[in-house]
Design a protein around this ligand. Structure first.
Ligand code: SF4
Length: 834
């Protein structure tokens, strides 16, 4: 921390003085120097002298924007205990954006929760859930709030068991200690409650993981400059990951070509060298078509495919499982690749390949002559199985399903040739459809054909980086040995309605939600309210702001915002950890999350299990248990000194170097998975589609698909994009960022608008398969007819009728278990207040 009279303040004062002298000089030269004027002049000079006087003391802190776009660290200046302004770090590649700058206004905004509150008609014994969202608020003390929560949780546990109390883990704060993976998890583990997983933005990672690509271990963006092509598939960094654009632009300047595959002419597409448009949600079909062409033309990198993918692995025809050493010849377990979270080696029962020289099966990691094809009729290689699987993806079929032209298809095929170094930039766009897991799974297989890994310029980019257990570490386990039970949020309404989970009684009575935009930011909010929240006996929201969820709660607890506590932000696009310093004292009666966890633990009688971990213990656990931190001298003290520290020495870091760190049990890219598992358990039927999941597959999205049963009644597909002025629901309060784009907008193709009788600039009623919302219609010719895009992130009190959260479906793929934010169909009509 620096404490000083800043140069800026001093120079500003000097500037005023010089300007005053200049004005005085001009006036003096232009006027007769009468006594009156001389007096005026003296007064003027005197007033400027007064302006020179104030000396403002400033403190400077390094804070990190803990939002999920770029986690920028910047300098925050504090005067008289209040934040006055911020500046980017000059020695840092991430320069911050308007949204980050508006955080200051947000911190001091009218939307802050200032003290604990409860709804006026709420009491523990008579909760009046019918008044949620409409009641008046009354201030209560922290003690009163804590007592009400503890009393209710104890009652519920006694009557229905611990799982009837639930915790919704939002993601509005991503600090290590005070975020949702921080000490608060220790508290909820100690209760043994049910924890709802928010289950969004998960399909892409699930597909990559199934294929073997580790999201958190890819090349750093400073490597983009080494690519011949940046291929962006369904992502819009200019709008959603502002800081990444700089690296893409640098690559373009260095000669790389930017290709965007996107159904919408986005701000990123506007800057690209080539735009390829496809029908929404058809990406897996495009990838499968390209793979088929690589195989048919024999242009794939044979050595890589044979030695670094599952291609030669033997599948038993009788049951579809891999032939393994233990089963075939009592082979002992082999040492597998290290598990990326722990860094410890895995043990594997080795999969067998056909040894061409010996004419019999052999362990994959010992055989020098694996065969592409197996002569023994009992087995088939994964390569032959996959080749057969993709045969249907002829060019004609790809063009019909995706809408791509033959020229564009061939252009993409040329771009992907192995001699070209390609950064595949993807993010959550293709993963926001029901078939999103398969988009990522198919992409793994496509990249495998070209061996586009492990060298400068070749990677799958655009993600966050994170190492092992920097985040959500061992100290989340309380000393009473209990743990919560994770269930996907996408099952919550079903469980509440039926009172059952997997045929067993599963009553749910309470929920505490921390930093989560459950109502505004998740899916099907009308169902969430009426089938879940309305049936709770107590709903508590912990948040710095009066979000949609907070407004619907029974009790609201004021949490601190970023500048009010010290924390570590372990996520970034680079391989480093960043400190976020405490710049100001907690505002109003707000408490830090870790303090709230300890406070509630005391109230619930769980102090022994939770409060025995101090902040210092937490930091020790964060860094001392992580080898990369130890190797690079990262401790909380060194981080406090350095503000930002790398946990790898190489810069820029290159992912999958030497074709290592593919995160499957064999350390290879897989395009045949013998026993696919859902990302997380749910009540959804996974068995009936088990075989579909084994290989990358295209299936039409149930709602947004062209042949959807909903297409006749709801003729327009609706997807969303990241509002350039918000990160999710972050700027619903009055601040600079909100002013940039105050109205929720639905972009409509003019021909569709004409068809449905709506006009540019008009308020329109959007009716989806699940709910309604009013937004402003804005013409957009840069997308296909039959589809629409809305800018996301508006709270319920910003729309004239309905809400954005109400129009998105909660239907999803049982294996991805992920909110399908883009799988929507709507109809539109003019809207009037009446
Ligand atoms: S909103 Fe995102 S890009 Fe902007 S300052 Fe924060 S982390 Fe950086």
């Amino acid at each position: 921390m620096k404490e000083s009279l800043t140069r800026r303040t001093f120079v500003k004062g000097a500037g005023v003085s010089a300007a005053g002298a200049a004005i005085a000089g001009v006036l003096a030269s232009c006027s007769q120097n009468t006594g009156e004027e001389a007096e005026e002049m003296e007064n003027l000079e005197a007033s400027h002298e007064i302006a020179e006087k104030p000396e403002v003391e400033e403190q400077e802190y390094f804070c990190t924007c803990s939002w999920s776009c770029s986690f920028c660290q910047y300098r925050v200046f504090v005067r008289d205990g209040n934040i006055s302004h911020m500046l980017p770090r000059e020695d840092f590649d991430y320069r911050t954006c308007l949204k980050g700058r508006a955080r200051i206004q947000r911190t001091y905004s009218e939307a802050r929760v200032q003290y604990p509150m409860k709804r006026k008609t709420y009491s523990v014994d008579d909760p009046h859930p019918e008044n949620r969202g409409n009641d008046e608020w009354e201030q209560i003390t922290w003690d009163e709030a804590g007592d009400m929560i503890a009393q209710k949780w104890a009652q519920v546990e006694a009557d229905f068991g611990p799982l009837a109390n639930t915790y919704y883990q939002g993601c509005g704060s991503q600090g290590s200690l005070n975020g949702n993976a921080g000490l608060i998890m220790r508290l909820f583990n100690a209760t043994g409650c049910t924890a709802w997983h928010y289950s969004f933005d998960a399909a892409t990672n699930a597909g990559l993981t199934r294929g073997g690509i580790q999201w958190f271990d890819q090349s750093e963006p400073q490597d983009f400059v080494n690519s011949d092509y940046i291929l962006i598939m369904g992502a819009n960094p200019v709008g959603a990951q502002v800081q990444m654009w700089k690296f893409i632009a640098a690559a373009q300047e260095a000669g790389a070509k930017l290709i965007c595959v996107d159904p919408v002419f986005s701000p990123t597409v506007a800057k690209s060298d080539k735009w390829i448009t496809v029908k929404p949600g058809t990406d897996p079909a495009l990838y499968l078509g390209l793979i088929k062409k690589f195989i048919d033309d024999e242009t794939y990198v044979a050595d890589f495919v044979l030695n670094h993918t599952c291609a030669p692995f033997l599948i038993k025809k009788e049951d579809g499982m891999y032939l393994r050493g233990g089963e075939y010849q009592d082979e002992p377990l082999h040492v597998g690749p290290p598990f990326w979270v722990t860094g410890l080696p895995t043990e594997i029962d080795p999969i067998m390949v056909w040894d061409e020289k010996e004419g019999k099966p052999a362990c994959f990691d010992e055989c020098e002559n694996p065969a592409w094809t197996c002569p023994d009729d009992k087995y088939i290689t994964a390569w032959d199985m996959f080749k057969e699987h993709i045969q249907e993806w002829t060019l004609d079929k790809v063009m019909e399903v995706t809408g791509i032209s033959e020229d564009d298809f061939n252009f993409l095929y040329d771009v992907l040739q192995p001699e070209h170094k390609v950064t595949h930039y993807i993010n959550f766009g293709t993963g926001a459809y029901e078939n999103g897991l398969h988009a990522a799974y198919a992409l793994c297989a496509l990249i495998a054909m070209t061996a586009n890994f492990g060298e400068p310029g070749r990677s799958v980019g655009g993600f966050d980086a994170m190492y092992g257990n920097f985040f959500g570490h061992a100290l989340t386990a309380p000393s009473n040995g209990k743990s919560f039970t994770y269930i996907t949020w996408l099952d919550a309404c079903n469980i509440m309605s039926s009172g059952e989970l997997n045929g067993e009684p599963y009553p749910i009575k309470t929920m505490i939600q921390t930093h989560g935009g459950l109502i505004g930011g998740s899916v099907n909010s009308d169902r969430t309210k009426h089938e879940f929240l309305d049936k709770l006996e107590q709903y508590v929201v912990v948040d710095p702001f009066m979000t949609d969820s907070a407004r619907y709660a029974d009790i609201v607890l004021p949490a601190c915002d970023t500048y009010e506590y010290e924390d570590v932000v372990p996520l970034s696009h680079e391989h480093n950890v960043r400190i976020s310093e405490k710049a100001i004292e907690p505002l109003y009666e707000a408490k830090v999350d870790s303090e709230i966890a300890r406070f509630l633990a005391e109230k619930m009688g769980l102090a022994d299990a939770v409060c025995d971990v101090t902040d210092d213990d937490w930091w020790k656990g964060t860094f001392d248990d992580v080898q990369a931190a130890v190797d690079n001298g990262i401790t909380m003290d060194t981080l406090r000194e350095n503000k930002i520290m790398r946990y790898v020495s190489e810069f820029p870091y290159i992912g999958n170097k030497d074709y290592k760190n593919f995160i499957t049990e064999t350390g290879r890219i897989m395009f045949y998975t013998e026993a696919p598992a859902p990302r997380t358990p749910s009540t959804m039927d996974v068995q009936s589609i088990f075989d579909r999941e084994k290989m990358p597959t295209y299936f039409e999205n149930k709602i947004a698909g062209e042949n959807s049963e909903y297409a006749a009644e709801f003729p327009l597909v609706m997807i969303s994009h990241r509002n350039p002025s918000r990160v999710h629901m972050t700027h619903f309060m009055k601040d600079w960022a909100r002013d940039v784009m105050p109205d929720p907008i639905l972009f409509v193709h003019p021909n569709d608008a004409k068809k449905f009788g709506v006009e540019d600039g008009q308020d329109i009623l959007i009716t989806s398969t699940v709910g309604q919302c009013v937004m402003k219609c804005v013409y957009h010719t840069g997308m296909r007819e039959g589809m629409t895009v809305y800018n996301k992130g508006y709270a319920e009190n910003e729309t004239k009728f309905g809400s954005q959260g109400a129009i998105t479906t909660d239907y999803c793929d049982p294996y991805a278990v992920n909110c399908s934010f883009f799988d929507n169909r709507i109809k539109i009509e003019p809207w009037t207040e009446q």
